[in-house]
Design a protein around this ligand. Structure first.
Ligand code: H79
Length: 563
């Protein structure tokens, strides 16, 4: 998010650590699971809309977290008196979601700031007591039901505004002098009961930040199950739930435990409205989130932050519409598919349904894409995005040859028909080094974080954004050397500095080895997560990123060497 105050970074790290891991299926159940048919119906939808909205949208600062930081608490808690989104039209929101190809909507009925967007009888701090006086949750639920799209509620477990909740702002870091967690728990259960009883049927209860709720979440789940047995519940109740929720990252391949990544369309990862200059992510990023999500067997909940006047800004709705146009053509490769058998990576992703595998290729090596062997025979191959493909299959693997003219701009979609149910094929990783040239490459580094293999140099060339090369804390200078295995010609590098600590690098050079000498191709200052640079072609076997100055130990997701 854009304005992380340093004082909250420890809290962020702790929370994110608590919110993102994927436990093994066996760890999960302290309560009856949701009906399997309901879980599958939720998975089949694959793509939903998250909506973060409330009085805070007037400030263009982050929902919940700006209370007591950018916005003084007294100011924040009075914003609702001016919140009058006269242009709010629930049917319009539903149309934006449907045009995007989304199959469900999840709205922040109450975020960590405690403000309620519905006519709750349990607190006055709600939408009916501001100037707008319309039950937003009721209107959106009705519009969803009318529009044939599922509706779910986000409900923050932590509530830094409620007088009985033990923690308060900023960021749940201050302990209240007096509090009553049992009383607060009654309030929470009462509110969730209202939402299910008066606004259902719901597809999901999306709990968030279960501060102090371990041992209490199970009560939530039991009540939800009793009221409506087919509601899915996310894993943030305090005691787990039906599905995992990686946040601001696409989950890894996992077919045993359902999951949904929540992502923001905002270019700056804002959840609530971030102002006119906030911007949106490129179409390629949005599409790849969805495709790689489905390819890993997960859902994607893509967030919009409507403006304070009630409109989803055309920048956001326009981008979503482009995703919807793609889905209108190629939705068969996403909805109701399962992930795999080729596990997702920077190369692309794959999904499957019936006797068909959908290969989504983001990158080729020249004209070809090498895939590992699978336990099925390919009977036919087609490029659904237009063009031609030839395939060769042997015990060693599969080669798909797609001429450059048949490469789609973002995702070349190739359907492989196979001789048996595609779901029977065991998932396989696509062993591939980063960068189209680096398949035989290996990497070494000056320094590896605590000499741990998990942070080794090879992690920077493994085509896996989930792993990284890291150096020891306090490292100011370091190098990463890539041996391409044989002399090769390249004219571009891409560097992905870890998003968890971007812009540590302050000064660097990219060099190649010429005999015993290092020759500099180009030099630069900061890098960040999406750096790339083209240059006149260089032929060499060994090159390196030489980091001359860093604020703290440099750490990279990937270093790619490209043609
Ligand atoms: O509702 C959205 C977030 O507000 C919520 N979950 C999603 C769905 C969330 N609560 N806690 N966290 C996420 C983890 C903490 C994130 C933070 Fe930050 C990053 C806290 C500190 C850095 C954002 C930026 C808040 C303060 C600064």
């Amino acid at each position: 998010m854009k304005t992380a105050p340093n004082t909250y970074l420890w809290l962020a790290a702790a929370l994110l650590a608590a919110l993102t891991p994927m436990p093994a299926a066996a760890e999960a159940a302290k309560f009856p699971p949701v009906q399997p048919a309901a879980m599958q119906a939720w998975q089949d939808k694959r793509f939903g809309m998250f909506i973060h909205w409330g009085p805070v949208s007037l400030t263009a600062h982050e929902i919940g977290w700006s209370r007591g930081t950018q916005t003084p608490i007294e100011v924040y808690d009075n914003l609702y008196k001016q919140f009058n989104p006269t242009l709010f039209n629930a049917d319009e929101w539903v149309k934006v979601a449907k045009d995007a190809g989304m199959k469900y909507i999840v709205l922040t009925t109450k975020h960590h700031d405690g403000f309620c967007l519905w006519d709750t009888k349990l607190t006055d701090y709600n939408i009916m007591n501001g100037p707008f006086k319309r039950d937003v949750v009721k209107e959106l639920a009705a519009a969803c039901h009318k529009g044939g799209i599922a509706f779910g509620v986000y409900y923050s477990v932590c509530d830094w505004h409620h007088p009985d909740f033990p923690l308060t702002s900023p960021g749940g870091s201050v302990k209240r002098a007096t509090s009553d967690l049992d009383a607060y728990n009654k309030y929470l259960l009462g509110q969730i009961r209202e939402l299910i009883t008066n606004y259902g049927p719901l597809i999901t209860i999306w709990n968030d930040v279960p501060q102090m709720f371990q041992g209490r979440g199970v009560k939530t789940i039991e009540m939800v199950r009793a009221l409506q047995p087919d509601i899915t519940i996310n894993n943030r109740s305090g005691d787990g739930g039906d599905y995992e929720t990686p946040e601001q990252q696409i989950g890894g391949f996992n077919m045993t435990r359902p999951w949904e990544s929540c992502m923001t369309v905002s270019a700056h990862n804002a959840w609530a409205w971030g102002g006119a200059k906030d911007g949106v992510k490129p179409l390629a990023d949005c599409l790849k989130m969805l495709v790689s999500g489905a390819g890993g067997d997960g859902n994607v909940l893509l967030n919009v932050g409507p403006r304070p006047d009630g409109v989803i800004d055309p920048a956001q709705s326009g981008r979503l519409k482009e995703v919807g146009e793609w889905l209108a053509k190629y939705g068969e490769s996403i909805y109701a598919t399962r992930g795999g058998p080729f596990k997702p990576g920077k190369w692309g992703a794959s999904t499957r349904q019936g006797k068909r595998i959908y290969v989504h290729a983001y990158q080729f090596d020249g004209d070809s894409l090498e895939l590992p062997a699978i336990s099925a025979t390919i009977t036919a191959a087609h490029v659904l995005t237009g063009g031609t493909v030839e395939f060769q299959q042997s015990d060693a693997g599969i080669t798909l040859s797609v001429p450059a003219a048949s490469h789609a701009a973002i995702d070349t979609l190739i359907a492989l028909d196979v001789d048996r149910p595609a779901l029977d094929i065991a998932p396989v990783a696509v062993a591939r080094k980063s960068g189209s040239l680096a398949n035989g490459a290996h990497a070494t580094a000056s320094n590896v974080f605590q000499k741990q293999a998990g942070y080794g140099a090879d992690k920077a060339i493994d085509d896996d954004l989930e792993t990284r090369w890291a150096t020891d804390a306090g490292t100011r200078q370091a190098w990463l050397e890539v041996d391409l295995g044989k002399p090769q010609t390249f004219s571009k590098v891409a560097i992905h500095e870890w998003e968890g600590a971007p812009k540590r690098i302050q000064k660097f050079e990219v060099q190649f080895k010429d005999g015993a000498d290092w020759k500099t191709i180009f030099a630069g200052t900061t890098v960040g997560p999406g750096f790339n640079r083209a240059f006149p072609p260089v032929t060499a076997r060994v090159l390196r990123l030489n980091i001359l100055d860093a604020k703290d130990g440099p750490t990279l997701d990937e270093f790619e060497v490209l043609k």
